[in-house]
Design a binder for this molecule. Structure first.
Ligand code: MG
Length: 193
């Protein structure tokens, strides 16, 4: 079951949505009437999908989504909106929504629509994470290579020996190799200036 949260200030819409999810792969874990309670319920139930109305009292759906995505970038947030203008779409893309559904909601096809948006977002998010990991690894390698070069010059040692030294310090001090390398680079820059 996929945990889902409904956030809409209109009781009727929440009721309709809730009944549409009966017997589906989605389990409605909570209902919020405003953005503030959406954040509260998100922290409590950790849903994977949130249906988020844009216009709500206390805190609107855009602000609530921004805060939720800062807490957890892997949650699929789907906007529910009665209007759809260019400004809203630009804002929505910036915040990182998984999609949007126009009101009035057609509950007959809402399940496959949300399922597809959620699946696409999950794929996108894991690809994004893998990309960031690769980039971080690449950045670390560049830093370690630079530090190796500095050590080779300072100690007149081989590349292997320089690498081994970074590795040993990293082990002894329980610091990642990239941070040890960064320290070596910073110390060298201090000496130069
Ligand atoms: Mg509303």
């Amino acid at each position: 079951m996929i945990k889902l949260l409904i956030a809409d200030d209109e009781t009727l819409i929440r009721m309709d949505l809730k009944s549409a999810f009966k017997g589906s792969c989605f389990q409605v874990v909570g209902e919020a009437q405003d953005g503030f309670s959406a954040i509260k319920l998100f922290k409590q139930f950790r849903p994977e999908v949130i249906l988020m109305d844009v216009k709500m009292p206390v805190m609107n759906g855009l602000d609530a989504s921004r805060i939720i995505l800062e807490l957890d970038a892997s949650v699929s947030i789907i906007l529910l909106t009665a209007y759809c203008n260019e400004d809203l779409m630009i804002e929505a893309r910036k915040i990182g929504f998984s999609g949007y559904i126009m009101k009035p909601i057609n509950s007959s096809n809402i399940i496959p629509t949300i399922e597809m948006m959620h699946r696409n977002f999950k794929n996108y998010h894991s690809a994004q994470c893998a990309l960031e990991k690769t980039q971080r690894r690449l950045d670390n390698r560049i830093v370690i290579d630079r530090a190796k070069g500095i050590l080779m010059k300072q100690k007149q040692c081989s590349e292997d020996e320089a690498y081994q030294e970074i590795k040993n310090v990293s082990k002894e001090r329980n610091f990642p190799m990239s941070e040890v390398a960064q320290l070596i680079i910073s110390n060298d820059q201090v000496k130069v200036t």
